[in-house]
Design a protein around this ligand. Structure first.
Ligand SMILES: NC(=O)c1ccc[n+]([C@@H]2O[C@H](COP(=O)([O-])OP(=O)(O)OC[C@H]3O[C@@H](n4cnc5c(N)ncnc54)[C@H](O)[C@@H]3O)[C@@H](O)[C@H]2O)c1
Length: 253
């Protein structure tokens, strides 16, 4: 089933674990995916995405973005819309944490965390929403975390707070832009085995996460990619403002 034939999706964080798996999955169902990232790994993702899209007519191209640069985000998104538009979906897959005990989190740690996890989503959405609203159609998928639904066992309180904020931002946009034909949803992954997390997690933390997960394993990037594809597709046409937990049933490890 090629749900994305003739559709174009922008994905930020395309060089990372969940981002890359999502690009490959979308292309395997026919999407043209614009793989955006600050890192050169986006080029490899675009190549693999084209390979993955081979049978379904999907493909990958890549473009740089630094989500900490407000003007740069506007320019990068405008260039992508002009070169590859119209854009049918935007997946905001950039984010990350910092494992600090609460009382060691400084003002500047807190601010950088919100800059990276929340304002990045704000910037990318604001750059693409006018284009989608004009077309009266679009799907936006943001990334929160189990930390934003419960509490993080690997990262600090500033991470949990920032990921709760992404849920609030998503709900608000869903309400405001529903009448413009735009669906805005958020995925809340549990512990997921991307390179960043595998490097951070101790064997003890991994064993505890698995033991606390009813489905008996930690998540994989492809577990997330399947849900990204669902939310970006017409199958999710009546889903908006939703937080989808993809955590094997584990809300606190
Ligand atoms: N992996 C997990 O266990 C897990 C759990 C819960 C939530 N999440 C969330 O899922 C999303 C993806 O996580 P992941 O583990 O795949 O991440 P990752 O670290 O593998 O990938 C993140 C990508 O963002 C890019 N990036 C970093 N700074 C950037 C910048 N300034 N501008 C542009 N790109 C930049 C990196 O180059 C990298 O390719 C994040 O929002 C994360 O918070 C992940």
């Amino acid at each position: 089933m090629n749900r994305f034939t003739g559709r174009t999706v922008i994905l930020t964080g395309a060089g990372g674990g969940i981002g890359r798996a999502s690009c490959l999955r979308l292309a395997s169902e026919g999407a043209k995916v614009v793989c955006m990232d600050i890192a050169d790994t986006r080029e490899e993702t675009a190549r693999l995405t084209t390979e993955s899209g081979n049978e379904a007519g999907g493909s990958g191209v890549h473009a740089p973005i630094d989500i900490t640069d407000p003007e740069g985000v506007k320019e990068a998104m405008a260039a992508v819309i002009s070169e590859h538009g119209p854009i049918d979906a935007l997946v905001n897959c950039i984010g990350g944490g910092q494992p600090l005990p609460s009382l060691e989190i400084s003002e500047s740690d807190f601010e950088s965390m919100f800059e990276f996890n929340v304002k990045s989503v704000y910037r990318c959405c604001w750059a693409v929403l006018p284009h989608m609203a004009e077309r009266k159609t679009g799907k936006i998928i943001n990334f929160s975390s189990v930390a934003g639904r419960s509490a993080s066992v690997l990262q600090g309180a500033h991470y949990s707070s920032s990921k709760a904020a992404v849920i609030g931002l998503t709900r608000h946009l869903a309400r405001e832009f529903g009448p413009s034909g735009i669906n805005v949803n958020v995925i809340a992954p549990g512990v997921t085995g991307t390179a960043r997390i595998v490097a951070q997690m101790t064997p003890d933390q991994e064993a505890r996460a698995i033991a606390a997960t009813p489905l008996g394993r930690i998540g994989s990037p492809s577990d997330m990619a399947g849900v990204v594809a669902f939310l970006a597709s017409d199958d999710a046409r009546h889903v908006t403002g939703a937080t989808i937990d993809v955590n094997g049933g584990c809300f606190l490890a």
